[in-house]
Write a new protein. Sequence first.
Length: 311
Amino acid sequence: MSLNPALQNCRICPRNCGIDRYQTTGFCGAPAGLKINLAQLHYGEEPPISGTKGSGTIFFSHCNLLCVFCQNHSISLDGCGTYISTEDLAYLALQLQDNGAHNINLVTPSHYSLQIAEAIALAKTKGLSIPVLWNSSAYETTETLRRLDGLVDIFLPDFKYYHKIYARRYSNAADYPEIALSALREMWRQVGHFTTDPDGMATNGMLVRILVLPNGLAGVKQSLYLLADEFGTGLALSLMAQYYPAGKANDYPELRRGIHPEEYQEVVETASILGFECVYTQDLSSDDHWTPKFRFGEIAEPTQVLQGVRT
């Protein structure tokens, strides 16, 4: 395997660790090799993404943000999964396409941006034709995102926090608000407005997700004002009501409950008052019904990450 100099002095994300990922790991815990936990047809995304056939979702191990309340903590915090090559990743994308996926949905990909860009480019030469979706925390540098220009069709970023104090407390990233906003600007430059085909399936553009936290901790109302000022009310939004205490959330008293109906309704009403034209909402959920059933420990064979599809 040839060494990638950018991974020998890794600064591909805002953590700016500067470590050699062939020898050790930085904040994200991810070495140079690609590591994933699960690939499946997933039905828990927004309707234009999951559709009727499912989103071809690939869940990557480790994370560069590590929120204390992460619902995917077994793979983001604990790093459960298996190592695969870029060729294997390209094959998985093609296999999901062959099994009817509406798109290829790359979940928590930021810390593997360079390797994934190589795999996407390879898959496209081998016949990948469905949209590629980048499903991230938005804690990313514009320099790294520019490497994806022309490879990603749909950006599905979070906008997790408006307030630095909570970004620091729950993700050890006080710079999250400004970093994420800068990342969203670059994503917007690349793909623009969220669009769908005549069947209602997403084809390209940016859809911003905002997870409503209890006690107003995400600052969602302020975020909505900020996003309206920055991108206009044509920006597509997904207001997520699926928070439940997961990961290390129970270590924080203010995170130990789900959100109340009135908390979520206030957010929805704010989006309406501001005039956002495309807003996806959810029924309140305080359990792990839509959280995938991840595999624990180290997985021996790359083919074992495929679930619910024919090999």
